[in-house]
Design a protein around this ligand. Structure first.
Ligand SMILES: Nc1ncnc2c1ncn2[C@@H]1O[C@H](COP(=O)(O)OP(=O)(O)O)[C@@H](O)[C@H]1O
Length: 190
C-alpha cells in the first residue's frame, strides 16, 4: 500500500494535482476540505459541527476531523493506497494518522509539498472565489486567517516528516502538467 500526503498552503494546487495522481497510481483521494464541504451542503451533523470554523477560515477541531478521516479510510479496505489532501494539518493529526495506519497494516509512505509564494497563492484563491462559490475564497480577511492557521499549525509538519525522512518538496509554480511530472518523478523514486 502506498500512502501519499499532499502538502501545501491553501491554493497550492493539491486538489488539482490529486486528480491526476489518483488516476496514475490508482489511489483513493481523500480531501478533508471536499468531505467537509459535502457535509456542509447536505447540512449533516458533521457539517453543522464544521460550519462556523470553515466559514471563518479556521481549522475544524482535531477530534472531529480525525474521526471523519478514519471513517473514510475504513470505507476503502481494498484500495492500493491513499492520497491524503488536506490531512494532516496539525501535529496532533499527523500523530493520529501515524497511530491509526499501522492498525490497518500501513503507514505514510511520503509527504510531498507543493511550494509557492504567498502572493501568487492569495491571487489564485481570490480568482477561484469568483467561480467556486466558496465563502472562504471570497474574502481576503478569511484567506489571511487560513494562512495564519497554516503558519502556526500546519508548517511544523515539515519538520515532523523530515525527522522521519519522508518529506519531499516540488516547485508548485508552472504549467499543471509540468507540476504533475515533478510529483510523479518523486513518487516513482520512492
Ligand atoms: N485536516 C483538517 N483539520 C481541520 N480542518 C480542516 C482540515 N481539512 C480541512 N479543514 C477545514 O476545511 C476548510 C477548507 O479546506 P481545504 O479546501 O483543504 O482548504 P484550503 O484551500 O484552504 O487548503 C479549512 O479551512 C478547514 O476549516
Amino acid at each position: 500500500m502506498i500512502n501519499i500526503v499532499l502538502f501545501g498552503k491553501p491554493g497550492a494546487g493539491k486538489g488539482t494535482q490529486a486528480e491526476f495522481l489518483k488516476e496514475k497510481y490508482n489511489l483513493t483521494h481523500l480531501s478533508t476540505g471536499d468531505i467537509f464541504r459535502f457535509n456542509l451542503k447536505n447540512d449533516t451533523e458533521l457539517g453543522k459541527k464544521a460550519r462556523v470554523f470553515m466559514d471563518n477560515g479556521e481549522l475544524v477541531p482535531c477530534e472531529v476531523t480525525t474521526a471523519m478521516l478514519i471513517d473514510e479510510v475504513k470505507k476503502h479496505p481494498d484500495t492500493a493506497g491513499f492520497l491524503f489532501d488536506g490531512y494532516p494539518r496539525t501535529i496532533n493529526q499527523a500523530e493520529a494518522l501515524d497511530k491509526f495506519l499501522p492498525t490497518i497494516g500501513s503507514s505514510v509512505t511520503a509527504t510531498i509539498a507543493l511550494e509557492a509564494d504567498d502572493e501568487i497563492l492569495v491571487a489564485r484563491l481570490l480568482e477561484r472565489g469568483k467561480t467556486s462559490g466558496r465563502a472562504d475564497d471570497q474574502d481576503e480577511e478569511k484567506i489571511r486567517v487560513r494562512y495564519q492557521e497554516y503558519n502556526e499549525k500546519t508548517a511544523p509538519l515539515i519538520d515532523y516528516y523530515k525527522a522521519q525522512n519522508k518529506f519531499y518538496a516540488v516547485n508548485g509554480i508552472g504549467e499543471i502538467k509540468d507540476i504533475t511530472e515533478r510529483l510523479t518523478s518523486v513518487i516513482d523514486n520512492l
